[in-house]
Design a protein. Structure first.
Length: 267
């Protein structure tokens, strides 16, 4: 299964003045097409740091969505940082510039106006970039080396992300089977499920276990939900053939450890 990375850029997200809406969207977008989000990174509007992290990301060679910082004001550094990371110049993309010409004219700005010249900076991309169309306002994003740079506005980034997948990765949709199952475990501490995890992963090739403990809560009816663990197994590709056997073995070992198991989430 192909993994995608996501880099979310913006001081406003890191400082909490805006809530992130990108992570959940891109995770669900990928999963709906049988793909997977492998890593998420949040970065500030800091050109040297962006260049350092983008250089590392380009070297990883994984397809990556990048949101934020491609505007034309002084606090937007992503376009320049991407060029720095690749050791290439920023160059004006003629098609992107023509689209911006149209945007300015629609807004009543002459093509020799300061507003238009400022706006044209958003057509300056790292040399060798391709366009990502922006159906919201015609100011394009750009792609290079399987990195897809889009605005920080979800209303723009979301359809652009969908376009990227449909244009470049549709042949990889739903190519790899994946499966995950879990139960809610009560009555034993997490340390008691660790031997079960080791056993399952040793016995069933490719099966991975996970354990997510909770301290409990009081539900809407005023009832106390005691501490518990969401415990489960997951597999990708050929390992899915072992899921039934691993699942049965897991439930047996949990019972032997003294756990009370519920199949539905506690309320």
């Amino acid at each position: 299964m192909i993994d995608f990375n996501l880099i979310i850029i913006g001081d406003e997200i890191l400082h909490g003045s805006r809530a992130d809406q990108h992570f959940a969207f891109f995770k669900n977008l990928l999963e709906s097409r049988g793909l997977r989000l492998g890593q998420v990174q949040y970065l500030p509007d800091d050109r040297p740091l962006l260049a350092k992290q983008l250089r590392r990301s380009f070297s990883d060679g994984l397809p990556t969505f990048v949101t934020g910082g491609i505007g034309a004001t002084l606090d937007d550094h992503t376009r320049q940082a991407a060029a720095d990371a690749l050791d290439v110049p920023l160059v004006r993309h003629p098609e992107a510039a023509a689209l911006i010409d149209g945007v300015s004219l629609k807004r009543g700005d002459a093509l020799d106006s300061p507003a238009h010249r400022q706006r044209l900076l958003m057509a300056d991309f790292p040399a060798g970039s391709d366009l990502i169309p922006n159906s919201y306002n015609d100011i394009a994003g750009f792609s290079i080396r399987e990195h897809y740079f889009m605005p920080g506005f979800p209303v723009m980034a979301q359809p652009m992300g969908e376009w990227v997948l449909e244009t470049y990765y549709s042949g990889r949709f739903h190519q790899t089977r994946s499966e995950q199952r879990s139960v809610w475990v009560f009555g034993i501490p997490e340390s008691h499920v660790a031997p079960v995890m080791r056993h399952i992963e040793a016995e069933y090739a490719g099966i991975r276990t996970f354990s997510l403990p909770s301290v409990g809560w009081v539900n809407g009816r005023g009832e106390k939900v005691p501490p518990h663990i969401e415990f489960g197994i997951k597999a990708v590709g050929e390992a899915c053939a072992h899921m039934d056997a691993a699942w049965a073995d897991m439930l047996e070992k949990l019972a032997q450890a003294g756990a009370r198991v519920e199949m539905s989430a506690p309320e």
